[in-house]
Design a protein around this ligand. Sequence first.
Ligand code: NDP
Length: 392
Amino acid sequence: MKTLTILGATGSIGQSTLDIVRRHPGRFRIEALVANANVEQLAADARATNARLAVTADETRYAELREALAGTDIEVAAGEDAVREAAAREVDMVMGAIVGVAGLAPTLAAVEAGNTVALANKECLVSAGELFMRRAREKGVNIIPVDSEHSAIFQCFEPHNAARVEKITLTASGGPFRTRSLSELHDVTPQEALKHPNWNMGAKVTIDSATLMNKGLELIEAYHLYPVRADQLEAIIHPQSIIHSLVAYEDGSVLAQLGMPDMRTPIACALAWPERIETPVERLDLARLGQLTFEAIDEKRFPAPALALSALKRAGNATTILNAANEVAVAAFLDRRIRFTDIVPLVERVLERAERAGVLGHLETLDDVWQADAFGRDMAREVMARSLQPQS
Ligand code: NDP
């Protein structure tokens, strides 16, 4: 029986993780479930899985959670310290699926405690990749990627042939606006952007998929997860989202991982690693699909992947700043305070300002991460206040 803690249990990844767990009774035991605002769901899942501990990050919801779990043996806790303590409890695996930079400290706490981490939260690598992976190496902790592209690379990357890898190619669906012109992109609404053609995900990830910033963040993640240089990483559009990523070797072989676009496959792959377990995911029928297509990314309409790679080449904290500025920009777009086409240029301007201000550098400690993160957020708000008009 594998012991499992889920950080971000009430989210899209958390719920899919619980779906896999429920389908394999006797295989997993839930130690802790951690969430934030959705106390009702958290309590229901804690009861259903007989978790030992349920934690809300929001201290004001402690009483509500306690009441919802009254009459059970489930421990209840609240607050950021309680979240980190839950992550550090000894288990076979921690699923790191809190959204945003809020996921960093708890997931790092899991690493510091020596727990194997199934990593969905991309901010751990994008905001703090240098620091996070150094601590994982020092602690001898395995980081098993959950993001579908990195899970694909994980399945295709031969560690003993790492020096023979020529290139890693991440595929991108292209999002809902792949075929729109630049002028059409200008008037995109949050409602339109939230409809992703292939994947069913949380709001922030869905907007990032529409701008292709998600792909940019994933290129940064791949850089930290695998021993390759930034110039060995690329992204291409593959609208069907069937090939999840590819690894090319110097003998001309290209290994790809294929499957229907359903996060339960990479989640099950991580949960069962190094074994495999059954999922109900629709099976791939290549004859029915007929064709798989590919296109280069048009950098004029979708500048985010190139911007992310350029940030990666600048410094360890440049991607922290990029991520922070992007979070502020996405939230502003969802609130209709900026346009869809403002999101990536806003992030680019923040990075330029960071360079001019001389704040780019390495990430030695979590404080370095918070400083760079705060700089990115403050600067994004300042740039918005000065130059961007609200969406009519
Ligand atoms: P959701 O927004 O659906 O869920 C986020 C989860 O994090 C919820 O459980 C939420 O709790 C919890 N949470 C938010 N803030 C805090 C906090 N301060 N402390 C503790 N828990 C918190 O996100 P997703 O599941 O879509 O994504 C999770 C992560 O996985 C993200 O980093 C995303 O980039 C990554 N990812 C997601 C993919 C997907 O298909 N969804 C694909 C690949 C990566 P509550 O609901 O109670 O507020």
